[in-house]
Ligand binder design. Sequence first.
Ligand SMILES: NC(=O)c1ccc[n+]([C@@H]2O[C@H](COP(=O)([O-])OP(=O)(O)OC[C@H]3O[C@@H](n4cnc5c(N)ncnc54)[C@H](OP(=O)(O)O)[C@@H]3O)[C@@H](O)[C@H]2O)c1
Length: 240
Amino acid sequence: MAARLEGQTVVLIGGSAGIGLATARRARAEGAEVILTGRDLDRLKRAAADVDAHRTAVFDAGDPQQLTQFFDDLPDPVDHVLVTAGGNYYARLADIDFREARRLVDDHFFLPLHLARAAVGRVRAPGTLLFMGGVGDQHPFLSGVLSAPLTAALPVMVKNLALEIAPLRVNVIAAGFVDTDLSERLLGDQIEARRAELRETLPVRRVVGPEDVADLAVHVMTNTALTGASFTIDGGQRLL
Ligand SMILES: NC(=O)c1ccc[n+]([C@@H]2O[C@H](COP(=O)([O-])OP(=O)(O)OC[C@H]3O[C@@H](n4cnc5c(N)ncnc54)[C@H](OP(=O)(O)O)[C@@H]3O)[C@@H](O)[C@H]2O)c1
Protein backbone atom coordinates (compact mmCIF):
# COMPACT_ATOMS: atom_id res chain seq x y z
CA MET A 1 0.00 0.00 0.00
CA ALA A 2 1.28 3.53 -0.84
CA ALA A 3 2.46 5.72 2.04
CA ARG A 4 -0.61 7.82 2.85
CA LEU A 5 1.24 11.05 3.70
CA GLU A 6 3.89 10.99 0.97
CA GLY A 7 4.82 14.52 -0.09
CA GLN A 8 2.98 16.08 2.87
CA THR A 9 4.25 17.97 5.91
CA VAL A 10 2.79 17.48 9.39
CA VAL A 11 3.35 20.02 12.18
CA LEU A 12 3.25 18.75 15.76
CA ILE A 13 2.66 21.63 18.16
CA GLY A 14 3.87 19.79 21.25
CA GLY A 15 5.80 17.13 19.37
CA SER A 16 8.62 16.27 21.75
CA ALA A 17 6.72 13.71 23.87
CA GLY A 18 3.54 11.70 24.31
CA ILE A 19 0.81 11.78 21.68
CA GLY A 20 2.59 14.41 19.56
CA LEU A 21 5.81 12.42 19.29
CA ALA A 22 3.96 9.15 18.63
CA THR A 23 2.05 10.89 15.82
CA ALA A 24 5.31 12.25 14.39
CA ARG A 25 6.63 8.65 14.23
CA ARG A 26 3.43 7.40 12.59
CA ALA A 27 3.38 10.27 10.09
CA ARG A 28 7.04 9.58 9.16
CA ALA A 29 6.16 5.92 8.61
CA GLU A 30 3.47 7.14 6.20
CA GLY A 31 6.01 9.18 4.24
CA ALA A 32 5.46 12.68 5.75
CA GLU A 33 8.04 15.29 6.68
CA VAL A 34 7.49 16.44 10.27
CA ILE A 35 8.03 19.73 12.06
CA LEU A 36 8.20 19.45 15.85
CA THR A 37 7.70 22.19 18.43
CA GLY A 38 7.96 22.27 22.22
CA ARG A 39 9.29 24.41 25.05
CA ASP A 40 12.20 22.31 26.32
CA LEU A 41 15.08 22.49 23.83
CA ASP A 42 16.89 19.30 24.92
CA ARG A 43 13.74 17.20 24.82
CA LEU A 44 12.88 18.65 21.42
CA LYS A 45 16.36 17.87 20.05
CA ARG A 46 16.11 14.26 21.22
CA ALA A 47 12.68 13.87 19.66
CA ALA A 48 13.81 15.50 16.41
CA ALA A 49 16.74 13.07 16.15
CA ASP A 50 14.41 10.16 16.91
CA VAL A 51 12.07 10.95 13.99
CA ASP A 52 14.56 12.73 11.71
CA ALA A 53 12.46 15.91 11.84
CA HIS A 54 12.56 18.32 8.92
CA ARG A 55 12.50 21.35 11.24
CA THR A 56 11.99 22.26 14.91
CA ALA A 57 10.97 25.38 16.82
CA VAL A 58 11.19 26.12 20.54
CA PHE A 59 8.37 28.30 21.85
CA ASP A 60 5.40 28.35 24.20
CA ALA A 61 2.29 27.71 22.11
CA GLY A 62 0.26 29.44 24.82
CA ASP A 63 1.82 32.75 23.73
CA PRO A 64 -0.24 33.98 20.74
CA GLN A 65 2.60 36.15 19.39
CA GLN A 66 5.11 33.30 19.34
CA LEU A 67 2.52 30.98 17.84
CA THR A 68 1.73 33.42 15.03
CA GLN A 69 5.43 34.06 14.44
CA PHE A 70 6.03 30.33 14.07
CA PHE A 71 3.46 30.07 11.26
CA ASP A 72 4.70 33.29 9.63
CA ASP A 73 8.26 31.88 9.63
CA LEU A 74 7.34 28.63 7.85
CA PRO A 75 9.13 28.76 4.50
CA ASP A 76 6.57 26.57 2.73
CA PRO A 77 2.91 25.65 3.19
CA VAL A 78 2.25 22.63 5.43
CA ASP A 79 -0.54 20.04 5.27
CA HIS A 80 -1.67 19.16 8.79
CA VAL A 81 -1.25 20.48 12.34
CA LEU A 82 -1.79 18.40 15.48
CA VAL A 83 -1.93 20.43 18.70
CA THR A 84 -0.98 18.57 21.86
CA ALA A 85 0.36 21.58 23.79
CA GLY A 86 -1.40 22.60 26.96
CA GLY A 87 -1.63 21.28 30.46
CA ASN A 88 -4.34 19.98 32.76
CA TYR A 89 -5.73 21.47 35.92
CA TYR A 90 -8.24 19.84 38.23
CA ALA A 91 -9.41 21.56 41.41
CA ARG A 92 -12.37 21.61 43.76
CA LEU A 93 -14.31 24.89 43.60
CA ALA A 94 -12.97 26.14 46.92
CA ASP A 95 -9.38 25.42 45.89
CA ILE A 96 -9.28 26.94 42.41
CA ASP A 97 -6.18 29.04 41.80
CA PHE A 98 -7.48 31.49 39.19
CA ARG A 99 -4.05 32.07 37.65
CA GLU A 100 -3.91 28.34 36.89
CA ALA A 101 -7.53 28.47 35.75
CA ARG A 102 -6.82 31.28 33.27
CA ARG A 103 -3.84 29.38 31.92
CA LEU A 104 -6.12 26.39 31.32
CA VAL A 105 -8.62 28.60 29.48
CA ASP A 106 -5.77 30.09 27.44
CA ASP A 107 -4.44 26.61 26.54
CA HIS A 108 -7.72 24.91 25.76
CA PHE A 109 -9.98 27.72 24.56
CA PHE A 110 -8.02 30.64 23.16
CA LEU A 111 -5.04 28.67 21.80
CA PRO A 112 -7.17 26.85 19.18
CA LEU A 113 -8.59 30.20 18.02
CA HIS A 114 -5.17 31.85 17.78
CA LEU A 115 -3.80 28.79 16.03
CA ALA A 116 -6.62 28.62 13.50
CA ARG A 117 -6.15 32.28 12.65
CA ALA A 118 -2.39 31.88 12.27
CA ALA A 119 -2.77 28.70 10.20
CA VAL A 120 -4.99 30.17 7.48
CA GLY A 121 -2.87 30.65 4.39
CA ARG A 122 -0.04 28.52 5.85
CA VAL A 123 -1.83 25.14 6.02
CA ARG A 124 -3.19 23.98 2.69
CA ALA A 125 -6.49 22.24 2.03
CA PRO A 126 -7.52 19.48 2.22
CA GLY A 127 -5.30 19.27 5.31
CA THR A 128 -6.63 19.35 8.85
CA LEU A 129 -6.07 21.22 12.07
CA LEU A 130 -6.44 18.60 14.75
CA PHE A 131 -6.92 19.49 18.42
CA MET A 132 -6.70 17.21 21.46
CA GLY A 133 -9.78 17.07 23.63
CA GLY A 134 -10.99 14.67 26.29
CA VAL A 135 -13.95 12.73 27.66
CA GLY A 136 -14.02 14.48 31.05
CA ASP A 137 -17.28 16.22 30.10
CA GLN A 138 -19.21 12.93 29.84
CA HIS A 139 -19.86 12.40 33.56
CA PRO A 140 -19.65 15.07 36.28
CA PHE A 141 -16.84 14.50 38.78
CA LEU A 142 -15.46 16.36 41.78
CA SER A 143 -12.63 18.69 40.62
CA GLY A 144 -14.11 18.85 37.12
CA VAL A 145 -15.91 22.17 37.48
CA LEU A 146 -13.32 23.99 35.40
CA SER A 147 -11.89 21.38 33.05
CA ALA A 148 -15.16 19.64 32.06
CA PRO A 149 -16.87 22.72 30.54
CA LEU A 150 -13.69 23.51 28.60
CA THR A 151 -13.63 19.93 27.29
CA ALA A 152 -17.27 20.29 26.23
CA ALA A 153 -16.56 23.56 24.43
CA LEU A 154 -13.86 22.31 22.06
CA PRO A 155 -16.01 20.11 19.77
CA VAL A 156 -18.51 22.97 19.45
CA MET A 157 -15.74 25.43 18.63
CA VAL A 158 -14.33 23.05 16.04
CA LYS A 159 -17.68 22.71 14.23
CA ASN A 160 -17.84 26.48 13.91
CA LEU A 161 -14.18 26.79 12.91
CA ALA A 162 -14.64 24.13 10.26
CA LEU A 163 -17.29 26.28 8.58
CA GLU A 164 -15.33 29.45 8.99
CA ILE A 165 -11.97 28.35 7.59
CA ALA A 166 -13.13 25.80 4.98
CA PRO A 167 -11.84 24.23 2.81
CA LEU A 168 -9.19 23.72 5.49
CA ARG A 169 -10.53 20.95 7.74
CA VAL A 170 -10.75 21.14 11.55
CA ASN A 171 -11.26 18.15 13.87
CA VAL A 172 -10.92 17.01 17.49
CA ILE A 173 -9.63 13.81 19.04
CA ALA A 174 -11.34 13.26 22.40
CA ALA A 175 -9.13 10.90 24.38
CA GLY A 176 -9.69 9.11 27.66
CA PHE A 177 -6.68 8.00 29.70
CA VAL A 178 -3.61 7.74 27.45
CA ASP A 179 -0.44 6.28 28.93
CA THR A 180 2.02 9.18 28.47
CA ASP A 181 4.47 11.30 30.48
CA LEU A 182 1.56 13.62 31.27
CA SER A 183 -0.46 10.80 32.83
CA GLU A 184 2.60 9.71 34.84
CA ARG A 185 3.11 13.27 36.10
CA LEU A 186 -0.55 13.66 37.04
CA LEU A 187 -0.86 10.32 38.84
CA GLY A 188 2.62 10.03 40.38
CA ASP A 189 3.02 6.81 42.35
CA GLN A 190 -0.59 5.83 41.64
CA ILE A 191 0.09 5.28 37.92
CA GLU A 192 0.60 1.49 38.17
CA ALA A 193 -2.60 1.04 40.16
CA ARG A 194 -4.49 3.11 37.55
CA ARG A 195 -3.08 1.03 34.67
CA ALA A 196 -4.09 -2.18 36.46
CA GLU A 197 -7.58 -0.83 37.12
CA LEU A 198 -8.00 0.14 33.46
CA ARG A 199 -6.78 -3.26 32.23
CA GLU A 200 -9.41 -4.87 34.42
CA THR A 201 -12.35 -2.52 33.85
CA LEU A 202 -12.10 -1.00 30.36
CA PRO A 203 -14.25 -2.78 27.77
CA VAL A 204 -11.12 -3.22 25.61
CA ARG A 205 -9.23 -4.78 28.58
CA ARG A 206 -6.03 -2.86 27.85
CA VAL A 207 -4.57 0.58 28.41
CA VAL A 208 -4.76 3.06 25.52
CA GLY A 209 -1.31 4.24 24.45
CA PRO A 210 -0.07 7.22 22.44
CA GLU A 211 0.39 4.96 19.37
CA ASP A 212 -3.37 4.28 19.37
CA VAL A 213 -4.07 8.01 19.26
CA ALA A 214 -1.38 8.49 16.60
CA ASP A 215 -3.12 5.94 14.35
CA LEU A 216 -6.39 7.85 14.68
CA ALA A 217 -4.64 11.20 14.06
CA VAL A 218 -3.15 9.92 10.78
CA HIS A 219 -6.56 8.54 9.78
CA VAL A 220 -8.16 11.97 10.29
CA MET A 221 -5.33 13.61 8.32
CA THR A 222 -5.70 11.27 5.37
CA ASN A 223 -9.49 10.92 5.15
CA THR A 224 -10.42 14.20 3.51
CA ALA A 225 -14.15 13.70 4.11
CA LEU A 226 -13.70 14.43 7.83
CA THR A 227 -14.25 17.94 9.15
CA GLY A 228 -15.99 19.63 12.06
CA ALA A 229 -15.98 16.27 13.81
CA SER A 230 -14.93 14.87 17.16
CA PHE A 231 -13.45 11.36 17.41
CA THR A 232 -13.49 9.59 20.76
CA ILE A 233 -10.68 7.18 21.65
CA ASP A 234 -10.92 5.90 25.20
CA GLY A 235 -11.11 2.11 25.18
CA GLY A 236 -14.74 2.49 26.27
CA GLN A 237 -13.88 4.53 29.40
CA ARG A 238 -16.87 6.87 28.93
CA LEU A 239 -19.25 3.88 29.02
CA LEU A 240 -18.35 3.01 32.62
N1 LIG B 1 -2.52 11.72 28.29
C1 LIG B 1 -3.84 11.69 28.41
O1 LIG B 1 -4.41 10.85 29.13
C2 LIG B 1 -4.69 12.72 27.69
C3 LIG B 1 -6.07 12.48 27.60
C4 LIG B 1 -6.87 13.42 26.95
C5 LIG B 1 -6.31 14.56 26.44
N2 LIG B 1 -4.96 14.77 26.56
C6 LIG B 1 -4.42 16.01 26.03
O2 LIG B 1 -3.55 15.71 24.97
C7 LIG B 1 -2.48 16.64 24.97
C8 LIG B 1 -1.15 15.88 24.93
O3 LIG B 1 -1.08 15.01 26.03
P1 LIG B 1 0.20 14.07 26.26
O4 LIG B 1 -0.27 13.07 27.26
O5 LIG B 1 0.79 13.64 24.97
O6 LIG B 1 1.19 15.10 27.01
P2 LIG B 1 2.80 15.03 27.23
O7 LIG B 1 3.26 13.62 27.22
O8 LIG B 1 3.05 15.87 28.41
O9 LIG B 1 3.37 15.76 25.91
C9 LIG B 1 3.01 17.12 25.70
C10 LIG B 1 3.89 17.69 24.60
O10 LIG B 1 3.50 19.04 24.35
C11 LIG B 1 4.57 19.95 24.66
N3 LIG B 1 3.94 21.12 25.25
C12 LIG B 1 3.17 21.18 26.36
N4 LIG B 1 2.76 22.43 26.58
C13 LIG B 1 3.29 23.20 25.60
C14 LIG B 1 3.23 24.57 25.26
N5 LIG B 1 2.55 25.44 26.03
N6 LIG B 1 3.89 25.01 24.16
C15 LIG B 1 4.59 24.15 23.39
N7 LIG B 1 4.68 22.84 23.64
C16 LIG B 1 4.03 22.36 24.73
C17 LIG B 1 5.48 19.15 25.59
O11 LIG B 1 6.84 19.57 25.55
P3 LIG B 1 7.39 20.75 26.53
O12 LIG B 1 6.82 20.45 27.89
O13 LIG B 1 8.87 20.68 26.43
O14 LIG B 1 6.83 22.03 25.96
C18 LIG B 1 5.37 17.76 24.97
O15 LIG B 1 6.13 17.67 23.79
C19 LIG B 1 -2.66 17.55 26.18
O16 LIG B 1 -3.31 18.73 25.76
C20 LIG B 1 -3.59 16.76 27.06
O17 LIG B 1 -4.40 17.59 27.87
C21 LIG B 1 -4.14 13.86 27.15
